[in-house]
Design a binder for this molecule. Sequence first.
Ligand code: TMP
Length: 221
Amino acid sequence: MKRFITFEGGEGSGKTTQIKLAADWLRERGIPALSTAEPGGTPLGRKIRELLLNRGSWTIGAEAELLLFAAARAQHVREIILPALEAGQWVLCDRFADATLAYQGFGRGLDAGFIRTLNAFSAQALKPEMTLLFDLPVEAGLARAKKRAAGGRPEAAEDRFEQEERAFHGRIREGYLSIAAAEPERFRIIDGAGSVETVHREVCRCLEALPQLPFLEGERA
Ligand code: TMP
C-alpha cells in the first residue's frame, strides 16, 4: 500500500522539524521512511529552489514562479517519490501541491482551476493519502522565521517569501484552512503553536491512526 504523507503550513509553522522527527519515529519502528522536500528533493529541484527563494536580485513574476514550482515537482515525483513508493517506502514530503494552491493561488491570486490542472500534471495525478497542516497565527510564524534568519547562517537568511507583506501570509493561512475544509478526510489540522514535543505527539497520533498498521498493534496493546 502506498504511504504518501505531506506536511504543510505557513512560514515558521514547524513542519520541517516535525517531518524529521516523524521519519525517525517511523524508522525506529522498522518502517522504511523517506523524508523529502519541495522545492528541492532532486539536483534540478535544488537549483530551482535557489532561483525561487532568490536571496539575489532578479525579478520573478507570479506566472514564472508557478511554473518553476511545477517543474521542480514534476522532477521530484518522477525521480524520487514514485520510485520510493514503488519500492515500498513511506514518503513524507515537506510541502507538495497544496502549497502551490495556497501560495500561488490564494497568495498571488493566480487561477485556482489552472493550478489544480498543473498540479495534477506535474504530480502524475499522485495525491497524498494524508496531509498534516501545521496551523498557527501569521505573526507567530513570521517571528519564528525571523529568529531563524537572525541566526546568521546564509541558507537561513530571510527568503523572497518570508519578506512578503503580512497580508500575503494571511491569505496563505486562510487558503490552507479552506483547502483543508474542502477535504476533511485527507487533512489533519495540527496546532503548530505548541512545543516541539507536544506537536510531535500529535503527529504520532495521526500516524498511528492510519489504517492497516500491523507493526503498531503490539505497541497499542
Ligand atoms: P520552505 O519554507 O518549506 O522550505 O518552502 C520554501 C518557500 O516556497 C516557502 O515560502 C513556500 C514556497 N512555496 C510556494 O510558494 N509554492 C510551492 O508550491 C512550494 C512547494 C513552496
